[in-house]
Design a protein around this ligand. Structure first.
Ligand code: SF4
Ligand code: SF4
Length: 140
């Protein structure tokens, strides 16, 4: 006996069990230019759940962490009063459809990955800081 399956139309979000867009935040940062900027970024990505990336819009920090309002069934616990950032997030071509990091021009999930980039970018990586320290010491 053949069974008939009825498919009900449902939104993409209701099928998105991990509710991926509610499990991290991003924060725009200024473009790192010199060694001091990269040193600062190295400190930031050294922390658990913090990574840095650059996409076509600029540089960002990404902090992984589930929103406290995300319910076990994947729904929002404060849906009616959710923040604007959540209201403005579109489910058109969102994290459900693609791996976010494939959009990145540069992605630094770890200290090591960013350090390798710094060494490639600056031939004298580390020397500038050493010089600055020396100068500061001479002034005192
Ligand atoms: S917007 Fe996309 S990632 Fe977020 S819950 Fe909906 S389908 Fe999932
Ligand atoms: S407030 Fe709601 S929609 Fe916004 S991130 Fe948290 S769970 Fe998701």
């Amino acid at each position: 006996m053949s069974k008939q399956i009825t498919i009900f139309p449902e939104s993409k979000c209701s099928r998105c069990k991990p509710s991926s867009c509610c499990t991290y935040i991003t924060q725009p940062i200024k473009k790192p230019r010199d060694q001091d900027d990269y040193m600062n970024l190295l400190w930031q990505v050294s922390h658990e759940h913090v990574s840095a990336f650059k996409d076509r819009d600029g540089w960002y920090l990404m902090i992984d962490g589930k929103c406290e309002h995300l319910q076990p069934d994947g729904r929002c616990g404060i849906y009616e009063s959710r923040p604007d950032a959540c209201r403005e997030h579109s489910d058109e071509s969102c994290e459900f459809d693609r791996v976010l990091s494939t959009d990145f021009k540069l992605f630094f999930p770890t200290y090591e990955s960013l350090l390798a980039h710094c060494k490639k970018k600056f031939k004298d990586w580390g020397e500038e800081s050493a010089k600055s320290k020396k100068k500061a010491k001479l002034k005192t």
